[in-house]
Ligand binder design. Sequence first.
Ligand code: ATP
Length: 219
Amino acid sequence: MSNKAIGIFGGTFDPIHYGHLRLAEEMLELADLLQVRFIPTGTPPHRDEPQVSALQRSAMVRLAIAGQPAFVLDEREVRRACKCYTVDTLSELRAEFGDTQPLCLLMGGDAFLQLYTWHEWERLLELSHIVVGYRPGFTLEERIHGAPPALRQHYQQRLCAAAELSQQPAGRIAELAIPKLEISATLIRNRVAEHRTIRYLLPDAVADYIHQHQLYTSC
Ligand code: ATP
């Protein structure tokens, strides 16, 4: 079986920025993905309504990815009124795309090292592959030693080359060297609150949306 994999990229995207977009674009190319599905997290109903709603975060993702046909906005978590676990979202995607479609959960190296804290984390690898972006020069191999034994074991047993991801639907871990841009959503929110420029940190359409809707005006 050889079937291009679908990338799944979850995040708060509060707001989406070029760090996210470069990571997705590099993974699309290096892992030869069919598409990358951006899945903004929902807002759990018991939390106070945040300054920026899930629908606004999602609208910014739509604007940011408009020029890349291989990027898809998936609003399932935004529309769900309960707490969303990645394992539930992956189960839904697995049911929709079928048992043979390779799925790849995309994340940064820091997120991967915390994977053992996620709800039912070992089931994630039954449902999809995991593709980890790491900074060139800082391989996971060097940093995995501090992780709990179960995560270390999965890493050691499941590591594969990116080209192998299309050969089975789930269960492998691939690492891709991707330069990390020094951009975070926190940086952008702080700069807006301080009336500083955010141009060239994120797409102009997203910056315009932020200013038009007066988002992030206070930290
Ligand atoms: P915040 O500053 O609010 O914590 P963030 O910018 O880190 O937000 P998230 O939506 O929390 O953005 O991140 C979603 C995913 O994007 C995570 O897997 C994270 O590792 C990755 N990511 C965030 N910023 C970058 C970046 N500059 N380069 C590469 N990956 C990034």
